[in-house]
Design a protein around this ligand. Structure first.
Ligand code: NDP
Ligand code: MG
Length: 383
């Protein structure tokens, strides 16, 4: 029985993680969890899964949740300290980090210090401070197992392989909600249109990131850190069916790919059971004759400028990816609120990166300081 802590339990990845846990009650036990402010959904999860500890975002949510749960014996906390307490709760063996945004960084670092295996969905953590997270994982000899479908695919392709034989990683991209639109057509797109992803049902932030292709950019940086791969050896390939989740090319020009129905429960479960595999009866098997055709296109870096920014920031390194991530988080939140237009997301990221004087090899405090400064800068652009 593996004891699990789940951060972001009420989200898209959180709920699918709970599906996996519920499908194998003899294998997994949820001992701690967190969510932001959705106490209605949170209290239902708590009643069903009976974790011992729950962290919520703020005092207001804490008060609401206490009322909902009168009679339940569960310890509740709020704020950053509680989020950390949930991550490292007594006996936790695997932390599934499925919060959205760089708020996931400190809990991940603390869990690593406590020798807890990390199942990482929260890609912003690796983008904002990849060197700190990977150095920490090495120092404490802790595995970081990818939940993101592309990285899970690459990880699966690499089983039994020598990483020194890798020629390149090929990260596939669906292209998001606007993949068939020209750049000129993006000027007046709405939030509702951007949230309508053709293949995946996900949280709002990552769905917008998919529409701008920043999601793929963040994933390139995530792949750089997870697989210790230079940016020159990471390619992005447009593949609109989301059937091939990514590929690895080796020196002998052999390419290994991982395929499956687009269902996040597969990579989530693989991270929880690795190196074993368990059945997942609810997931639809893949019949390639039903799919018929698979399509591939070269990624266009002028059309999807965020992808270019991500490669640029990754290659510059230091605090530049922190700026990319923080500017993106603020701009996407503003777009979702209707305060800015779609193309202003990339404009504000570019301006934040242009203005930034990069710090090489930043420590945690410098990263947090740059993150806050970038957010303030983008907020002034927004207002
Ligand atoms: P959602 O927006 O659906 O869920 C986010 C979760 O985080 C919710 O439980 C939310 O709580 C909680 N949360 C938000 N802010 C805070 C905060 N300040 N403190 C504590 N908890 C907070 O996101 P997704 O599940 O879509 O994505 C989660 C992560 O996984 C992201 O990093 C994303 O990039 C990554 N990912 C997601 C995929 C997907 O298919 N959805 C695929 C691959 C990666 P509340 O509900 O109360 O707001
Ligand atoms: Mg992905």
């Amino acid at each position: 029985m593996k004891k699990i802590s789940l951060l972001g339990a009420t989200g898209s990845i959180g709920i699918q993680t709970l599906d996996v846990i519920a499908a194998h009650p003899e294998e997994f036990k949820l001992v701690a969890m967190s969510f932001g402010s959705n106490y209605k959904s949170g209290s239902e999860i708590i009643k069903k899964f009976k974790p011992q500890f729950v962290a919520v975002k703020d005092k207001e949510t804490y008060d609401h949740l206490k009322q909902e749960l009168s009679g339940e014996s569960v310890k509740i906390g709020y704020g950053q300290e509680a989020l950390i307490e949930a991550a490292v709760f007594d006996g936790v063996e695997i932390l599934v980090n499925a919060v959205v945004g760089s708020v996931g960084l400190i809990p991940t670092l603390k869990a690593i210090e406590n020798k807890i295996t990390i199942a990482l969905a929260n890609k912003e953590t690796l983008v904002t401070a990849g060197h700190l997270v990977t150095e920490h994982a090495k120092k404490y000899n802790v595995d970081i197992l990818p939940v993101d479908s592309e990285h899970s695919a690459i990880f699966q392709c690499l089983q039994g392989e020598n990483v020194k034989s890798i020629e390149r990683l090929i990260v596939t991209a669906s292209g998001g909600s606007f993949r068939d639109k020209k750049r000129e057509e993006l000027v007046d797109v709405t939030v509702e249109q951007a949230l309508n992803h053709p293949n995946w049902s996900m949280g709002a932030k990552i769905t917008i990131d998919s529409a701008t292709m920043m999601n793929k950019g963040l994933e390139v940086i995530e792949a750089h850190w997870l697989f210790n791969m230079p940016y020159e050896k990471i390619d992005v390939l447009l593949h609109k069916e989301s059937i091939i989740h990514s590929l690895v090319e080796f020196h002998d020009r052999s390419i290994i790919a991982q395929l499956g129905s687009p269902d996040m429960r597969v990579p989530i479960q693989y991270a929880l059971t690795y190196p074993e595999r368990l059945s997942l009866p609810e997931v639809k098997g893949l019949e390639l004759w039903e799919v018929g055709k698979l399509h591939f296109e070269k990624a266009d870096f002028n059309r999807f400028r965020c992808l270019q920014f991500a490669f640029d920031s990754g290659k510059i390194g230091g605090t530049m990816p922190t700026v990319l991530n923080a500017a993106n988080e603020e701009a996407v939140a503003a777009f979702l609120k209707g305060s800015i237009k779609f193309l202003q997301i990339e404009e504000f990221i570019e301006r934040a990166m242009d203005k930034h004087v990069c710090i090489a090899q930043p420590g945690l405090e410098q990263i947090q300081e740059v993150d806050q400064r970038t957010r303030k800068f983008v907020q002034t652009l927004i207002s």
